[in-house]
Design a protein around this ligand. Structure first.
Ligand code: FAD
Ligand code: DHB
Length: 411
């Protein structure tokens, strides 16, 4: 992919002053981005680099989005995209580089040295830090926090988003709308019924994630499945652990701290020492669900990231897909603004969907491999063991696992 950095001046360019000095009139920008998550902010940064004006509409406050605890595992391809956009410096300085993981089934464990196998590591760097880095690099006037997109209109020649800021509505006219507003945003809802075709899988369980003030018990991630279900040991630096447990749907609030620690000890042993308990400073509940739109484009509206597809977190693909979609769309927009070349925009939907299906496939495999799902029988336990053994014993299966885990399989 050519870099989104460009030295040549774009053919269309607007002034760099505040896009919306008053919030009650009809305003205009080239690209209107809904959502200041990793997907939307990456497109915004790429547009700034090529001199195309964009504005980001974000329903929540700056403080909220900068502190929302979510993903932590960043693929090397994502790091390259962010670095090309000039926002990879802190990540490359602060992120821990991981070259292996422990895959544990009951009382047997095996290390997967994906770094040696693929030649590439993954990086541990909190998603909210990526969001902070992208916001810091942006013109603060161009991200409208506490502003909700309430209506999305797209014709074949132009488009507009109506937003609500503190009870006042105004309309933003634009050439293109980027729907980067996650799984419950306005852009997915705005699609006409005939363009809402999608595919879904609900695994019927949740993850309960905690952030705890305690040193990680190992240097690498541990993905573990026991008869009582899945547990994941991850980390945020040297003094914080990020830990996840499979729990029954909707049961997260009933888990006391004590029960969480007991269950983590049980499910992460014996491949690991007992975890030293620390204050739990954050809890997250996530439904294990997959969703994908058949077509993430409608006229001048392009959906990216979780708005277009959500994957269960088992394989840590959501953030990486979001940034990848953003880079792919940014490149297509660059070609449009540079040369009025619309091939990239026409191909965006099928390219993004194809890559997302590969991530869906691997996420579904990781979910099956590592969780005890409602309705599972002994047959499922046996096939899970056979699958685990195959990955651990067979170099081709191991290579395939490693390629998907680091994201090479989608390139
Ligand atoms: P989001 O981050 O959801 O951003 C969408 C933004 O749009 C939000 O800020 C929202 O406030 C805003 N918005 C919504 N509606 C509107 C509206 N109407 N108007 C204006 N703004 C609106 N992925 C990984 O790759 N690696 C991991 O390790 C990983 N772990 C995860 C762990 C957990 C616990 C969870 C929950 C997710 C994890 N993911 C992981 C997934 C990853 O966090 C998401 O896929 C990622 O946040 C998607 O980014 P996005 O920009 O598409 O959407
Ligand atoms: C993390 C989350 C994941 O979903 C995963 O597979 C690996 C790590 C994390 O938040 O650290």
């Amino acid at each position: 992919m050519p870099s989104t950095r460009s030295s040549s001046a774009p053919k269309k360019q607007q002034s760099g002053t505040s896009p919306f000095p008053r919030l009650d009139a009809e305003r205009k920008t080239q690209v209107c981005i809904i959502g200041a998550g990793p997907a939307g902010l990456t497109v915004h940064q790429a547009m700034a680099q090529i001199g195309v004006t964009s504005v980001v509409i974000e329903a929540r406050s700056r403080q909220y989005v900068q502190n929302r605890v979510r993903a932590g595992l960043v693929e090397p391809g994502t790091v390259r995209i962010l670095d090309d956009l000039g926002v990879g410096q802190k990540l490359l300085r602060d992120a821990a580089c991981h070259k292996g993981l422990l895959l544990q089934l009951d009382d047997t464990s095996a290390r997967v040295p994906f770094g040696d196998i693929t030649g590439e590591p993954v990086y541990m760097y909190p998603q909210q830090h990526i969001v902070r880095d992208l916001i810091s690099a942006s013109d603060p006037q161009r991200i409208l926090f506490d502003t909700e997109a309430v209506n999305v209109e797209t014709g074949s020649l132009d488009a507009a988003v109506t937003v609500n800021h503190a009870g006042r509505h105004f309309r933003v006219k634009c050439d293109f709308i980027v729907g980067a507003d996650g799984a419950h945003g306005a852009s997915r809802r705005s699609l006409p019924d005939e363009r809402k075709k999608s595919y879904e899988r609900d695994y019927g369980i949740d993850w309960l994630g905690i952030l705890a003030e305690t040193a990680p018990l190992a240097d690498e991630l541990i993905y573990s499945c026991s008869a009582r279900g899945f547990a994941l040991h991850s980390m945020r630096g040297e003094s914080q652990s990020r830990l996840y447990l499979q729990v029954p749907r909707g049961s997260s609030p009933s888990w006391t701290d004590d029960r969480i620690w007991q269950e983590l000890d049980y499910r992460l042993s014996p491949g690991a020492a007992r975890i030293r308990r620390g204050d739990i400073t954050e809890r997250t509940a996530v439904k294990l669900k997959a969703f994908q739109l058949e077509n993430p484009q409608y006229r001048r509206l392009f959906l990216i990231g979780d708005a277009a597809h959500t994957v269960p977190p088992s394989a840590a693909k959501g953030l990486n897909l979001a940034v990848e979609d953003a880079a792919c769309l940014a490149q297509a927009l660059w070609a449009w603004y540079q040369d009025h070349e619309r091939g990239g925009l026409d191909r965006y939907a099928s390219k993004a969907a194809q890559r997302a299906w590969l991530a869906q496939m691997f996420s579904a495999e990781m979910t099956r491999l590592l969780h005890v799902l409602p309705g599972d029988t002994q047959f499922d336990t046996k096939t899970r063991t056979a699958r685990w053994q195959r990955i651990v014993d067979n170099p081709i299966a191991l290579r395939d696992f490693a390629d998907h885990y680091v994201g090479i399989a989608r390139r």
